[in-house]
Design a protein around this ligand. Structure first.
Ligand SMILES: NC(=O)c1ccc[n+]([C@@H]2O[C@H](COP(=O)([O-])OP(=O)(O)OC[C@H]3O[C@@H](n4cnc5c(N)ncnc54)[C@H](OP(=O)(O)O)[C@@H]3O)[C@@H](O)[C@H]2O)c1
Length: 271
């Protein structure tokens, strides 16, 4: 079993570490590094992994290093590591949005390999979606480990080129918030119809959960599912016509293109 180091003990790395240990990965083979003690110590206590405040200690320990700091810190963290230690043949996997493989390789400036992944927030529940792209320098074993790591927090989608990471950001990366916004709007309307805050939330969350579960469990297209619950001249059709006439589809396209545009901008700012 390969030693794995996690740089950063924030939300995403914590989710991946928890998922990995739950799948039976040997906790002795995992180390987390984080400057402030609370989060790393809590992880170490709960999951029996090793912890340190020193990224160099963590990187020396491992052959596979997960970069889970904020995107604007990735290059600095990589430079600090490669200035001090030999990272030849190690594999770095970054979960940072908007930070390219080229940026990471330049910062590391040694013959190592880099994998980029774009997970999303539901990874914290094991219900995530992660796009993964690996540079040609990675080997089969490293790709398999990346797959093992990210599939411990949800489903994975391997990408043919790095540009597709931005597409993943626009779909599943930012996607949970699109549904939150829609649920918020429905919740507000439920409140205005006289339901209590708790009732409004329960009505909306259970409806969203039920709808998502129907998509998961029925092997028919989403549009067929929608048609199946839309009686001609009925209430659902009245509501859906309002969405369609209001330009919902065009708005979704525009919103996802905005996310895509922002992802490209962020990649440029971090290069
Ligand atoms: N959260 C998500 O749903 C999500 C989804 C997709 C991708 N991501 C990516 O995941 C990365 C982390 O996001 P996050 O939400 O997990 O952020 P976060 O909760 O703020 O975690 C970042 C962690 O990095 C630590 N850190 C700061 N400087 C460090 C250094 N020099 N060395 C080691 N650790 C350092 C921070 O420690 P202190 O608190 O002690 O400063 C913090 O615990 C980002 O690049 C983000 O783009 C996150």
């Amino acid at each position: 079993m390969t030693n794995i180091a996690f740089i950063g003990a924030g939300n995403m790395n914590s989710a991946i570490i928890s998922g990995l240990i739950k799948t039976g990965y040997d906790a002795n083979k995992v180390m987390v590094s984080n400057p402030s003690p609370q989060k790393r110590q809590a992880l170490a206590k709960e999951l029996h992994i090793q912890e340190t405040s020193d990224n160099l200690v963590a990187t020396k320990f491992a052959d596979f290093i997960v970069l889970g700091v904020k995107p604007h810190l990735i290059a600095d963290v990589c430079q600090q590591i490669s200035n001090e230690i030999d990272v030849t043949n190690k594999c770095f996997i970054s979960v940072a949005a908007g930070c390219s493989i080229d940026t990471i390789e330049k910062a590391l400036n040694q013959p190592c390999s880099v994998i980029r992944t774009m997970p999303n927030t539901p990874s914290q529940l094991g219900l995530g979606v992660s796009g993964i792209f690996s540079s040609e320098k990675t080997n089969q074993q490293q790709r398999e480990l990346a797959e093992q790591l990210m599939s411990s927090v949800g489903i994975t989608k391997w990408l043919d080129n790095e540009g597709e990471i931005d597409h993943i950001i626009a779909i599943s990366g930012s996607g949970p918030a699109y549904f939150f916004l829609f649920m918020e709007a429905m919740e507000k309307q439920a409140l205005s119809l006289g339901f209590s805050a708790q009732e409004s939330r329960e009505l909306v969350q259970q409806t969203a959960l039920g709808a998502a579960q129907m998509v998961v469990e029925n092997n028919i297209s989403i549009s067929q599912l929608r048609e199946n619950v839309t009686s001609k001249g009925g209430t659902t059709q009245a509501a859906l016509s309002t969405f369609i006439d209001g330009g919902l589809e065009q708005l979704v396209t525009k919103a996802m293109n905005s996310a895509l545009h922002r992802a490209k901008e962020m990649a440029q700012n971090n290069s």
